[in-house]
Design a protein around this ligand. Structure first.
Ligand SMILES: [Mn+2]
Length: 258
């Protein structure tokens, strides 16, 4: 059986990881993440597997709960598994993923956030770097309590001010989940994604925000949508690995200060 894009992404990201992180990733592998991701799969089965095996992905001796890789729908599985913690969700993404249906699918990477909002009560959600949306999705935002930091805000306010706004919005959150869709970056920095969208964020924009919002409250995180067949010289995989490392290191630094 030939390897899937997700499996190749897993290996490519490993290439850029430091030894400590590789240990964590090996555990993910042991927990069956690669098997879960193997095509062909039904998204429903994938989500069920993630919820069922979530404990297997936990790095047990430390506080960080999860780093996934794959298609963005996995975030829904992770949040279902974490539903008791009810984390506030920060999503870095060019897209809103709030369509009711996409290509006949009610459950997929373009609709999963809509399904998440249908849970009761819906989680607090902050989007960062969004710049592509349909009318239906904008209307869904208006009807919800979701807030959006558009890609344009990084130009008009600067990344530090954007980050400060998010920090104060998260001040009442007891726990936090961070999801990074690699297409939040401008395709110049991250060409290896499934749905590239121009006019995106720079690595410094994203890492400035991550560095300010991630702390000991983090209960889970994912970095998704790396697609090595579209990548150029491994730049997207390298950047994804950097994002994973920054999340882990910032979390450990604040958690160990306690
Ligand atoms: Mn996206």
């Amino acid at each position: 059986m030939s390897r899937t894009g997700i499996e190749v992404a897993f290996e490519k990201m490993d290439t850029y990881m430091g030894p400590a992180t590789i240990v964590n990733l090996r555990r993910l592998e042991d927990a069956g993440l690669v098997k879960v991701s193997r095509m062909p799969y039904s998204i429903r089965v994938l989500l069920e597997n993630i919820v069922r095996n979530y404990d297997g992905y936990v790095v047990r001796d430390e506080d960080l709960k999860a780093i996934f890789k794959g298609e963005h729908t996995i975030t829904l599985g992770a949040l279902r598994a974490l539903s008791r913690a009810r984390p506030c969700l920060v999503v870095f993404d060019a897209h809103l993923d709030l369509r009711d249906e996409y290509l006949g699918l009610r459950l997929g990477h373009a609709t999963f956030m809509r399904r998440l909002l249908e849970t009761s009560p819906p989680p607090k959600v902050i989007y960062v770097g969004a710049r592509a949306f349909s009318r239906e999705e904008v209307e869904a935002i208006r009807r919800s309590s979701i807030t959006v930091r558009w890609a344009q805000d990084f130009v008009s306010l600067g990344p530090v001010n954007v980050a400060s706004g998010i920090v104060s919005e998260l001040s009442r959150c007891e726990s936090l989940y961070v999801s990074v869709d690699m297409d939040v970056f401008d395709p110049a920095y991250a060409p290896g994604v499934g749905n590239p969208e121009p006019l995106g964020l720079t690595p410094m924009d994203v890492l400035t925000v991550i560095n300010r919002i991630v702390d000991e409250r983090l209960v889970g995180a994912d970095v998704v949508e790396v697609s090595p067949p579209y990548d150029v010289g491994g730049s997207t995989s390298a950047l994804a690995a950097k994002v994973v490392l920054e999340i882990i290191l910032k979390h450990y630094a604040t958690a160990s200060r306690k």
